[in-house]
Design a protein around this ligand. Sequence first.
Ligand code: GLA
Length: 359
Amino acid sequence: MSFSAYAPGRAELLGNHTDYNDGLVLSLAVNRGTTVTGSPLPDNRIALRSRDLSETWEGSLKAIQPGPAEAWYNYVLGVVEELRRRQVFLGGFELEAASTLPIGAGLSSSAALEAATALFLKKIYPYELDPLEIAKACQAAEHTYAGVKCGLLDQISVLFAKADHATFIDCRSFEVRHLPLGTDTRFVIVNSGVKHALVAGEYNERRASCEQAAHLLGKKALRDTTTAELNDARDRLPELIWKRARHITGENERVAQAVGFLATGHMDAFGKLMFESHDSSVRHFENSCPELDFLVETARGITGCLGARLSGGGFGGATINLVRADAVETFAADIAAAYQNRYGSTPLVLATEAAAGGA
Ligand code: GLA
């Protein structure tokens, strides 16, 4: 008998790099994702296959370890190991993963694979872990098997998302709230296709800078500081560390404001915060790149686009754009044409409704 599980990708609406600073973030699940299908195997055997890459991996549950950096199966093996570390009993299994998500586009194809794997394993070897613990196991897999010291944004988003709603996450209390998205606007993702070779290193370096800033300020995390306080403390921090922290305080404040704008339907104001977020990525966090800046600047000039920013870790990947529902088609055509004109390649443009989380 075969079992299958699915988890979507996610887009970060606002709250860039706030998650590992105990901060606030808004996301949604996109209408594409990863499906994992398979069945139990005897003798602790594991057989994995990626349909998209036509690659396989075989081994034993008793002897798993990380493969080469960036190997797709690291995400599966990492989840296996992290579930077992949480006293989950697992036996052998075979699975095939197939995804409709572009890889490296900042839509968290990795979290989708992790979450789909965890949910699939739960079907063949039922276990009792609450969803937050499952998200944490998937995050730990990313730390230990992919070397990225990520926060919990991606894993919570893909597991907890609700259709037609944005997901608000407080990354200290892990309170998750679902906020209805109106029907007058839509989110459109534009994938630059740029993949930065050193993303993991840059990412971990940003995280270390944020932790250093909190330490120098005598705070548990940057969540505990405001922009006003940070301005007062400018002389006490090295310039670069101050800039990194400044991005985080601004992002936390923008998410708090955005929640209010969503509740009152002030999507113009929400969009303005998205532009500000991108500016802050450029000026303070330096996690953008020319292609993403080009996409955001182009979006700014297209009628009906209310906001645009890079989404996710940065250093390549995708932008997310808030577009009036009646302008989505022209927006998609115009931005694709402009990018093609400038860089000679057609970006993937994905108008997405907010989808449900994994199951
Ligand atoms: C990546 C990480 C997340 C988060 C974002 C930036 O997607 O996996 O944990 O830090 O970058 O907000």
